[in-house]
Write a protein that binds this ligand. Structure first.
Ligand code: SIN
Ligand code: FE
Length: 289
């Protein structure tokens, strides 16, 4: 199981391409851990590392594609400072993806950047929302029809506290284990969810299956405890990246992280046959979107 996380020692955010080894690992659902990239933070930026920076009414701090910041408590200088820090991380994450995986450039789109100042281990959540349980990412209100979710993370903890993840078994093994028992797709239920605005668009069979896998994994405590997995402490300062709709992951402890999401059509990855959409389509024997 140790090979689900690949360490990359490069020191540059913008550098030579990792193709094909890095791309193959990424598309196989592995987590790429860049343990030597630097992201210097000014003294002013270090003052943002307090849980009080997040507005109590916001779940997250986010910077959207047009540069609008949401969820921060503080005066204009703080708002501008957090915006600049998150924008810098977005640019670095973008140049990392673009220089390591140049074949993605024309097809990748940039989603909002998030800053998560909350301590993981003290957060109380329902089992379904609990990211301390191994899962693949799937979102109830946002059907994506197989579009890939590529995420770049950085641990910006100022006290040298690692962000500890568990990384689970390969996607194909998850599918073999859980697919036989999931609830069948219902087209009329999907239409009702859409009419009432519970989903932002019609939930496809693919999206239904992904949600069922997400829930089945999180609900099964025996699976959580005993399935193949590794525990990885990402030291403060490190950067890691994965297709989070494919790499099974759980965030166990840590505080202060930034995350940048990119979307990529499954057909535009190097090997579309390695995508969750292709894997599930093969297992189901029919078109899912
Ligand atoms: C998640 O994506 O499930 C959580 C990631 C993290 O908080 O480190
Ligand atoms: Fe997740």
């Amino acid at each position: 199981m140790n090979n689900q996380v690949i360490v990359i020692n490069d020191t540059e955010w913008k550098t030579h391409s990792l193709e094909d080894k890095g791309l193959h690992d990424l598309e196989a659902g592995k987590v790429l851990h860049f343990n030597r990239l630097e992201f210097p933070l000014s003294a002013f930026e270090q003052s943002f590392f307090t849980p009080d920076i997040r507005h109590p009414k916001s779940r997250n701090i986010s910077l959207d594609a047009s540069g609008n910041l949401k969820g921060v408590v503080g005066n204009d200088a703080v708002q501008d400072g957090v915006t600049a820090m998150m924008d810098r991380f977005r640019n670095q994450a973008q140049s990392l993806v673009q220089s390591y995986f140049p074949s993605y450039i024309d097809n990748i789109s940039v989603a909002p950047t998030s800053f998560r100042p909350n301590q993981i281990e003290t957060r109380a959540q329902s089992w379904r929302a609990d990211d301390k349980r191994l899962h693949v990412d799937a979102f109830p209100s946002r059907p994506n029809y197989g579009e890939r979710i590529l995420r770049v993370f950085i641990n910006v903890n100022p006290h040298n506290i690692p962000r500890v993840w568990r990384v689970g078994e390969p996607f194909e093994d998850i599918v073999k284990r859980f697919l036989p028992d999931i609830k069948p797709y219902s087209a009329w239920q999907a239409r009702i969810l859409n009419v009432f605005g519970i989903t932002k668009s019609l939930r496809s069979e693919y999206d239904h299956i992904m949600l069922q896998l997400h829930d089945a994994m999180k609900h099964d405590l025996n699976y959580q405890a005993n399935s193949p997995q590794v525990t990885i402490p990402f030291p403060s300062g490190s950067v890691w990246m994965c297709f989070s709709d494919q790499a099974s992951h759980a965030a166990m402890s840590g505080q202060y992280m930034m995350e940048q999401t990119f979307h990529l059509p499954a057909l535009k990855q190097k090997d579309p046959q390695a995508s969750p959409l292709a894997i599930l389509t093969r297992h189901m024997g029919r078109q899912l979107i």
